[in-house]
Design a protein around this ligand. Structure first.
Ligand code: SF4
Length: 335
């Protein structure tokens, strides 16, 4: 049986960022506001370890900021602290997030010395105009080059994209997902763009230079990206923003397609498109749909929306779990 995977997240907010991306206030997104000390890192790791089940696969994850942009002595300090837990066999590896223009062979050599197992790059888009409008300060070529350096090193590559950045369109989202998939990452994350208080995007939102996506459009565009990654065999480890306290309370949220169950909405959308053909069949009383147990909730839909959609056509709609069915295939019977 596959071991359950957990990350121990350590946020390095806005550290070593040479640019200010228009959408970003890492402090508000992550809920962290200062670079942690080694003591704080140890405390956090121990606290998390105390809550995790034995036998789980656990990685220490340095997220946020621009890890490989930190001075080397600080990178080493953090990595040494994390490495101790690998030596003690408490965790299996270290993962970190960074910018594509802060990856080169020398930086990778350092990370390999400290058993870094996965690097996640904020690609965000493969469209240079979108990257420019978003203040990213790197190009799509940087993503291609950095991805190739990471893949050659044997470290697992993760790529993160954002949906609905300034200048984005459905076609550009699809193109970005296709180009990212072609880079062969092991994992991907899909984040809808939202407007956070105090960011450049907030100013653009108030001056009407930027209009956030509706939840429907963000869901639809994300569903294309997710399908492209799924079809390429890329493990999508996140769809939608992690609901931090500031986002849930509305304190840092200004506008945009934030939803605590965003992934479920996107998967519901994918299933809606698979199932809506039943709306066009000739009259039947009852419809039974057989799906893989892992897909069951998404097939039924968020708040049973797909079931309700079919319920307008059929007197009775029943979804059944069928373990022999793989992925998003399904069987059906009419009565
Ligand atoms: S590089 Fe990352 S952390 Fe830095 S401003 Fe941009 S999104 Fe935020």
């Amino acid at each position: 049986m596959q071991r359950k995977h957990f990350n121990i997240p350590i946020f390095i907010p806005n550290a070593a960022c040479p640019h200010q991306c228009v959408f970003c206030d890492q402090k508000k997104i992550s809920g962290a506001d200062k670079i942690p000390s080694v003591d704080m890192i140890n405390d956090m790791i121990q606290k998390y370890l105390g809550t995790m089940r034995e036998g789980s696969e656990i990685e220490i994850a340095f997220f946020g900021g621009n890890f490989t942009g930190l001075p080397v002595n600080i990178q080493e300090k953090f990595l040494q602290a994390a490495c101790k837990y690998i030596r003690d066999r408490k965790v299996s590896g270290i993962r970190l997030s960074t910018r594509p223009d802060y990856i080169n062979e020398d930086k990778i050599t350092l990370l390999k010395q400290y058993n870094v197992t996965a690097i996640e790059l904020g690609a965000q888009s493969m469209d240079n105009e979108i990257l420019k409008l978003s203040g990213r300060g790197h190009t799509a070529d940087d993503v291609v080059r950095a991805s190739s350096v990471i893949k050659k090193s044997g470290i697992s590559l993760g790529l993160q994209i954002m949906i609905g950045l300034p200048g984005d369109t459905p076609e550009k989202t699809i193109n970005t997902a296709q180009r990212v998939a072609a880079l062969g990452p092991d994992t991907a994350r899909i984040y809808p763009t939202i407007v956070i208080k105090g960011t450049g995007l907030e100013r653009m939102y108030h001056t009407k230079e930027y209009v956030p996506l509706s939840i429907e459009d963000a869901t639809e565009w994300s569903s294309h990206a997710l399908q492209i990654f799924d079809e390429s065999g890329i493990k999508v480890i996140r769809v939608g923003l992690h609901p931090s306290e500031g986002l849930l309370s509305g304190e840092s949220f200004i506008a945009g397609p934030f939803h605590p169950s965003f992934r479920e909405l996107v998967l519901t959308r994918i299933w809606k498109k698979l199932l809506d053909r039943f709306l066009y069949v000739s009259e039947n009383e009852e419809l039974i749909i057989y799906v893989n147990p892992e897909e069951y909730n998404y097939a039924v839909g968020y708040e049973a929306s797909n079931k309700k959609m079919l319920g307008k056509k059929f007197r009775k709609v029943v979804f059944k779990k069928e373990p022999s069915i793989k992925g998003r295939y399904y069987g059906s019977t009419y009565l």
